[in-house]
Design a protein around this ligand. Structure first.
Ligand code: DC
Length: 227
């Protein structure tokens, strides 16, 4: 049996978490768990059902019934919500803000954290999110906290939006990033923060290959312990 390897990658939006997590998962044969996509699914389904982001009992019930599935394809990770593909639909600027809003709700966090633990528990996984190393797996074998200055993160998000054809003006993207940072790091429950034992990497001046190489060495180091 292979030994357990849980790698958590936390940090604010646009720090490069998703891109680097996908590269590392493919390179090292780890299962990639995109915890942010799960909050986006709750947001998408809440909007579809007309449930307000502050209606905690409504969201709790929604989470109980919500089926979230990930499907791997060579073209990327596809996401399904109660059987409907939402891969693109959960990435709009509207869903950015709504996901941030529902992620403040304690009942939503409880429901998703429980699922995330089940998904990761026994395996060799890389979990990407805001609370992966602080709340979901405080005993992870390796915790990474990726950061970058807000302007740089705004430029990266803007480029992604341009590729999807849904770009807002750059200044607005930066302003939204700052607003989301504020929401995510000042909320009462599981705010965005680095675990005390996380390795903090500032990706501002780095390209994605450099970030991936730095984390690969850390993973290999941890994974070879005790072998
Ligand atoms: O990583 P992302 O942008 O897809 O995340 C969407 C929102 O969900 C983001 O505003 C923060 C929230 N989130 C969270 O609170 N905890 C997580 N583990 C992942 C995301």
């Amino acid at each position: 049996m292979q030994k357990r390897l849980i790698v958590t990658i936390d940090g604010p939006s646009g720090a490069g978490k998703s891109t680097v997590s996908k590269i590392l998962a493919a390179r090292l044969g780890l299962t990639y768990i995109d915890t942010g996509a799960m909050y986006r699914c709750v947001a998408w389904e809440a909007r579809r059902q007309g449930i307000a982001p502050d209606d905690e009992p409504g969201l709790e019930e929604l989470c109980r019934r919500l089926k979230i599935e990930f499907q791997w394809t060579p073209a990327g990770n596809r996401v399904f919500c109660n059987g409907t593909e939402v891969t693109e639909a959960i990435r709009t600027p509207e869903m950015d803000m709504l996901a941030s809003a529902v992620s403040r709700v304690p009942a939503v966090r409880r429901a998703l954290v429980q699922r995330q633990r089940q998904m990761g528990e026994s395996g060799r996984v890389i979990l990407e999110g805001r609370d992966a190393g602080t709340v979901i797996f405080p005993d992870a074998e390796l915790k990474i906290y990726l950061d970058a200055d807000p302007e740089e993160r705004g430029r990266r998000r803007h480029r992604e939006q341009q590729q999807r054809g849904t770009a807002m003006p750059l200044a607005e993207v930066v302003a939204e990033i700052k607003k989301r940072d504020h929401n995510d790091s000042t909320r009462a429950h599981s705010p965005l923060q680095a675990a005390p034992d996380a390795r903090v990497i500032d990706t501002s001046g780095m390209d994605i290959d450099q970030v991936a190489a730095a984390i690969t060495s850390l993973i290999e180091e941890v994974d070879s312990h005790g072998n």
